[in-house]
Design a protein around this ligand. Structure first.
Ligand code: FE2
Length: 378
């Protein structure tokens, strides 16, 4: 006689222990925040939003907050040599320190993630001013990078308590470039470290591995690397993780690790609804992009099929196209935005596709290799 197997408890459909509402802001530690703010405002089309520094009671740093649609960047510089911010810059150069995530309950986000093995970076901190209360907590991730959890549902001020509105007259008539939100944020980690960080995002933050690329996908002849894409439950936050792989030449990830002095954020992908217009505008303002050989376009339409855009402007601007089962995407990669070959930006327009441009890896990595060669780092 058959016995009935003990029924397993039914898991609730939504069991996301770390509900994320999206990216709140990205904070960069830079050598000169005043000048970096000018670069992002003038070249990328951001708008000044808020400022904190000695004039607002901060003795050790100055932070400039800039925004564009749903994008918020914070540019922070140290004022004293003996600060942890100065040490970060000495070690890494300009780079991303904080990937801040918007939550409804920052104390709970900290509790859930630290209970699961996350290393606390910031215990829940309750910040108040005349505009209400915000709560900030955080955990460490790869390298010296951290995730802050930002709760601002009871806060009505311009950014966070401690910041004043910042509206310099030089930016009064500037217009944006159509950059909308963070599509994804890529981390470079060390040799054989990718799966450890995949497990961190699974165990500590409840993310899922939605895509993987091995060194066969990301060809050995070109800047070999392996990559796994981690996504949170609602798909609002996506973190691909790269590690170097053995190839004929030095991996682009190795070059990054050498010059960043460790693991960190490699690129931030910024979404637009009109990539041709956005990229034209960015180029006119002085943002530099990688260039693929014009032969890339010879067989492009055979590979990706019919697209809405005219081929000629894509070719002229060097915009790449790829297709997956759900649609297609257009993308383009900037050159590094500081002298060290570390952080760069991706501009992306999705037309149904949810992937990351695997079909472009070969052309893209050839372009990256060309630049690595110019730097003498191949
Ligand atoms: Fe990307």
């Amino acid at each position: 006689m058959l016995t009935v197997a003990k029924q397993l408890p039914v898991m609730p459909v939504s069991n996301d222990f770390l509900p994320l509402l999206g990216t709140d802001y990205v904070e960069f530690y830079v050598g000169n925040a005043k000048q970096a703010a000018h670069y992002y405002i003038n070249a990328f089309g951001f708008t000044p939003l808020a400022y904190a520094g000695p004039e607002t009671g901060l003795k050790d740093r100055a932070s400039y907050v800039i925004c564009q649609h749903k994008l918020t960047f914070v540019l922070t510089t140290p004022l004293k040599a003996d600060s942890s911010i100065a040490a970060h810059i000495a070690r890494h150069g300009d780079g991303v320190k904080v990937l801040a995530l918007l939550v409804n309950d920052a104390a709970d986000a900290w509790k859930q993630t630290t209970q699961r093995g996350g290393i606390s970076y910031q215990q829940p901190l309750y910040l108040k001013d005349n505009y209400g209360e915000a709560v900030i907590s955080g955990i460490s991730t790869y390298g010296d990078t951290v995730h802050l959890f930002i709760e601002r549902k009871k806060y009505g001020g311009v950014f966070l308590p401690g910041y004043n509105a910042w509206a310099p007259s030089f930016a009064a008539n500037l217009v944006d470039t159509g950059l909308l939100y963070v599509d994804h944020c890529v981390g470079n980690v060390g040799w054989n470290q990718m799966n450890m960080w995949v497990k961190f995002y699974e165990d500590v933050m409840g993310f899922k591995n939605i895509l993987s690329f091995d060194d066969a996908d990301i060809s050995t002849e070109y800047s070999a690397l392996m990559s796994k894409v981690m996504s949170n439950g609602n798909g609002f936050v996506k973190f691909p993780i790269n590690e170097p792989a053995e190839g004929k030449n030095k991996s682009q990830v190795e070059e990054y690790l050498e010059f960043y002095n460790g693991e960190g954020v490699q690129h931030i992908a910024l979404a637009t609804n009109d990539i041709v217009k956005t990229v034209k505008d960015l180029m006119r303002r002085g943002v530099e992009f990688l260039k693929v050989p014009s032969s890339y376009y010879d067989e492009l339409l055979d590979r990706v099929g019919k697209i809405d855009e005219d081929l000629e402007p894509l070719k002229e601007l060097g915009i790449l196209v790829d297709r997956d089962n759900e649609g297609y995407l257009l993308q383009l990669f900037s050159k590094p935005v500081q002298d060290r070959p570390t952080l760069f930006f991706e501009i992306i327009q999705r037309k149904g596709a949810k992937s990351f441009g695997k079909g472009n890896f070969k052309a893209l990595f050839e372009a990256i290799e060309f630049e690595q060669g110019l730097r003498g780092n191949l």
